[in-house]
Design a protein around this ligand. Structure first.
Ligand code: WAQ
Ligand code: MG
Length: 272
């Protein structure tokens, strides 16, 4: 009986690490009991070996999830828009946000906030900025922390297929896999217009814009190598959702992201 219960249970695992009072790294998984211990080990190891610095604190939280509460969403279509350098990447990301329905000045201001460090003191945040798409106003209750999307993972049924096909594009790494799952959940959130992201890991320069009309559009260079700043912005249409319902979905609703797996080849973009 116990074995049966363990097999049918799903667990949310959240890792968060800090260094010198700042966000170092975090990660979230949603998985069955058999993978639980290994997942915790992997996340602790990631925190202790992180390129952003030495962890002063690592916290791992495990919460059992009611499998009946799981919401299934589709992975967004992934496409790479090649760019030679950061300036071009940021121009293309800005144009993509505008294409998704974000006014140019709202998108540009949010992008500047990511460039200079989105936390109040200019550092990185643990979660994402929430931005009102029409006014540009920041909506997250705690601007130092932001809103952390949690309780999501890849549907195990598509894991092998996704990894095999990402590999043929040279993209089978944890950054891509985890960002794709996060974007799948974010795009399923009520009132979501678009997401802008680039990593805060100094060695990882790629980022993306995700939006319902085109999916997950990635750009190899949205910052210079060595830059320890990065973050996420969620652009929200408040006429389509209450703030509490949105945050509740992002932080609490358990989500598995599944097929169909849709990956497109890289495109060279000619501007103008
Ligand atoms: N919820 C909300 N915000 C988050 C979350 C989350 N679960 N995880 C990270 N963030 C925010 C936080 O502000 C981090 O500082 C920032 O995003 C960057 O996090 O090649 O690696 O984990 O297609 O460093 C994207 C491109 C990589 C992948 C993103 O983000 C590709 C990445 P990182
Ligand atoms: Mg990071």
């Amino acid at each position: 009986m116990l074995a049966f219960r363990v097999m049918t249970s799903l667990y949310s695992v959240r890792m968060h690490a800090r260094s010198e009072g700042e966000h170092l790294c975090g990660a979230e998984r949603l998985l069955s009991g058999d993978g639980l211990e290994q997942a915790c080990l992997d996340l602790v190891r990631r925190a202790l070996q992180h390129e952003r610095g030495q962890a002063d604190q690592v916290r791992v939280s495990i919460d059992r999830i009611n499998p009946d509460a799981i919401v299934r969403v589709e992975l967004p279509t992934l496409e790479t828009w090649l760019c030679d350098q950061v300036e071009q990447g940021r121009r293309l990301a800005l144009a993509s946000l505008v294409e998704a329905g974000v006014p140019n000045h709202v998108a540009a201001t949010a992008m500047e906030q990511l460039v200079s460090g989105p936390a109040p003191g200019g550092g990185v945040m643990r979660g994402a900025m929430l931005v009102d798409v029409s006014s540009g106003e920041r909506l997250e209750p705690d601007p130092a922390r932001g809103v952390r999307v949690s309780r999501m993972d890849l549907d195990p049924a598509v894991g092998d297929d996704l990894r095999r096909r990402l590999k043929t594009l040279g993209l089978d790494n944890a950054h891509v896999r985890e960002a794709l799952v996060l974007a799948a959940k974010v795009l399923a959130a009520p009132g979501m217009v678009a997401e802008l992201c680039w990593s805060d890991d100094p060695g990882y320069t790629a980022g993306y814009v995700a939006a319902p009309p085109f999916g997950y559009r990635r750009f190899p260079h949205l910052k210079q190598v060595g830059d320890p700043l990065g973050g996420r912005v969620f652009f929200v249409d408040r006429s389509r959702t209450g703030l509490d319902a949105l945050i509740q979905f992002l932080e609490r609703t358990p989500v598995l992201a599944g097929g169909p797996v849709r990956l497109l080849g890289a495109r060279q973009i000619r501007e103008g």
